[in-house]
Design a protein around this ligand. Structure first.
Ligand code: F6R
Length: 240
């Protein structure tokens, strides 16, 4: 794992965009694995700004998202489908048919997404990390061997995400479809971003802890090409 510590969220986002830009300019039809949540918003802003400046295009870029809530319509403002359209897809020239998100409610729906991922060959996977060490919605205890599956969100994730649902945990969906760790491990390069002191324990577990299903992100210690970009607060519990 290569670890880069940046001063703050903006610096983290700019550094992440250096890797993203390298990927999308060196390969016009690059395949991106994309995340939602607060963490990658700054990166997506950098992508949109550089596209608007005429320096990059997304005509042949393909994307696969990590996850989607179960039980809310994709047009709900807090669905990950809506998030991606609002923060990136509607703001650049990516083709709708080249964007992919899991969708549905059952393991059969998860299997259908898994079938798409079999031929995806993701070049660069963007990840945020949960306070409990989750990546995608692979919560602690998830087998590293799993592909796309239906997840029961933990109380900690529901509490963390209720800020998007009027601060009411009852409004947060209780399940999601998520790529599995086995899917994430197949991507050629992984870029993990984390910002804020509330991520410091998870970042420490990912980088310095033992490889254990209790900290799903620790699986990345076994991936050959991982870059972790964190701000100083998220890095504050690292020993070096
Ligand atoms: C989102 C995802 C999650 C988030 C994580 C951190 O697609 O898969 O693993 O990356 O929950 O969320 P934020 O960035 O909101 O702190």
């Amino acid at each position: 794992m290569k670890v880069i510590v940046c001063k703050d969220y903006d610096a983290m986002s700019k550094k992440a965009y250096e890797y993203m830009k390298e990927c999308i300019t060196s390969k016009k039809n690059a395949v991106l694995g994309l995340a939602t949540g607060s963490t990658p918003v700054g990166l997506y802003k950098e992508m949109v700004a550089d596209y608007k400046a005429g320096n990059t295009d997304y005509k042949d870029i393909v994307s696969y998202n990590l996850d989607e809530y179960v039980g809310i319509d994709r047009n709900h403002p807090e669905s990950y489908y809506s998030f991606m359209h609002k923060n990136l897809f509607d703001l650049v020239d990516i083709k709708d048919e080249n964007t992919h998100l899991p969708c549905g409610t059952t393991q059969a729906d998860a299997d259908a997404y898994e079938a798409q991922l079999q031929n995806a060959n993701i070049d660069l996977q963007i990840l945020g990390i949960g306070r409990n060490g989750h990546i995608g919605f692979n919560e602690p205890g998830t087998s590293f061997d799993m592909g796309t599956h239906v997840v029961d969100l933990t109380e900690s994730t529901i509490e963390a995400n209720c800020r998007f649902f009027d601060n009411d945990p009852n409004l947060v969906p209780k399940q999601a479809l998520s790529m599995g760790i086995a899917d994430i491990m197949k991507s050629k390069e992984v870029l993990v971003l984390a910002s804020g002191v509330e991520k410091a324990d998870a970042v420490k577990g990912m980088i310095e802890g033992s490889v254990t299903e209790e900290c799903p992100a620790s699986a990345l210690q076994n991936h050959p090409n991982v870059i972790v970009i964190v701000d100083e607060a998220a890095a504050s519990k690292l020993s070096k």
